[in-house]
Design a protein around this ligand. Structure first.
Ligand SMILES: [Zn+2]
Length: 386
């Protein structure tokens, strides 16, 4: 199993969870999730008896060793699949954060472009299943040239079956699979509307998730034959359903994004010195008609964002004795939004750095005000309800 995931520019590396970095390929870190090692063992063990059935001369220990070699080859081909995504993305000048080998296969975290071009995304997605298909054909040719019943023959045979399966599965036209990305690119190109493409490919993805569960329960021949195989399919179905659902939700939000205007959402902010008491700062802000406080240094450079919630939580009798800096959150670069950041870029920045307030600056870095997350959420909800 494998998929290629687009990812946000500045976000934490939590998209696929933590992992151990094992090296770099094409300059991109390759990370292995701890659970991956467990899954390798589980598959190797569950596959051992099949190997023994195909090569009866093997001792049971040797059968499990062959099974382990096969599993490692399978994940090796998943890695090649991911490298193909990365190679095309890099050749097109796109940024790739990392490759993650995880329980269900691999993920190449290609940094999403805004606005992006359907052709580029489609190419990056399409090369994955194509690569697996070619690997499968190579395995098939090798198998045909080996004596049946030998260890090498079994490995080559399982290798081509697995790669053709990975190719076919990933080519299914639903998000988050590669085929879903190709479908999205196609619809995006035709309608000139990315969110429409995402919605359609997301719904196909949900349909596929349901179909995979049906296959797992019906236990046809193949991986669904065993309990572990069926369980694996159900986990894959859950993975597809969850990611398709996220894609659908994002597409709905993206659909209303063009109506968002950061300037109209920005609250007027009162710049205050760090040591100023909260009571005085609030008084000055009210007088000036400002609805936010930004702590600035002696040069007027913003250093902290005062949380509205923290001010409201502070009892009025204490407000003269607490400095605004005590209620301020340092202005991390991720909390700074620009007025030219509209729509998708704005939403992405806010999603990547969860906070209650953000500093809004213009294109020369001058303070324009503060964007409160609740204002943004309210605007999105209002737009969505229209
Ligand atoms: Zn892929």
């Amino acid at each position: 199993m494998s998929d290629q995931r687009s990812t946000n520019r500045r976000g934490p590396t939590s998209a696929a969870g933590a992992g151990v970095q094992v090296g770099r390929i094409l300059g991109v870190p390759v990370v292995i999730q701890p659970l991956w090692f467990v899954i390798v063992i589980v598959i190797a063990v569950s596959f051992g008896p099949t190997v023994r059935g195909q090569v009866p001369s093997l001792s049971s220990g040797a059968a499990y060793a062959v099974s382990l070699v096969f599993v490692l080859l399978l994940y090796g081909s998943v890695l090649v699949h991911e490298i193909s995504h990365v190679a095309v993305a890099k050749a097109l000048g796109m940024e790739v954060r990392r490759i993650v080998l995880q329980m269900l296969g691999g993920v190449s975290e290609v940094v999403e472009e805004h606005p992006g071009k359907p052709g580029r995304e489609g190419l990056v997605a399409a090369v994955g299943p194509l690569t697996s298909f070619i690997l499968g054909l190579i395995g098939l040719v090798v198998e045909r040239n080996l004596d049946p019943g030998t260890v090498a023959w079994v490995i080559a045979r399982e290798f081509w079956i697995a790669n053709l399966f990975v190719a076919a599965f990933n080519a299914l036209p639903g998000l988050p699979l590669d085929g879903g990305r190709v479908l999205r690119s196609f619809l995006w190109h035709v309608t000139n509307d990315k969110s429409r493409g995402t919605l359609a490919a997301g719904w196909v993805g949900r349909g596929l998730a349901v179909a995979v569960v049906v296959v797992a329960v019906a236990k046809p021949h193949g991986w669904g034959d065993t309990t572990i195989g069926a369980l694996y399919l159900v986990i894959i179905a859950m993975f597809i359903w969850t990611n398709a659902t996220v894609a659908i939700a994002q597409a709905k939000v993206t659909g209303v994004l063009p109506t968002l205007d950061i300037r109209s959402l920005t609250r007027r902010a009162m710049p205050v010195a760090a040591e100023l008491p909260v009571a005085e700062a609030v008084r000055r802000a009210r007088e000036a008609g400002a609805r936010a406080l930004v702590v600035v240094d002696s040069l007027g450079k913003p250093s902290g964002l005062v949380s509205e919630a923290a001010v409201s939580a502070l009892p009025p009798q204490r407000q003269p004795w607490v400095a605004v800096s005590d209620l301020a959150r340092p202005v991390d670069p991720s909390l700074v939004l620009r007025t030219d950041m509209n729509g998708e870029a704005l939403l992405q920045a806010v999603q990547e750095a969860p906070a209650t307030e953000y500093l809004v600056v213009d294109n020369v870095g001058a303070i324009c005000g503060v964007l409160a997350r609740i204002d943004l959420v309210a605007a999105l909800q209002a737009a969505g309800l229209r």
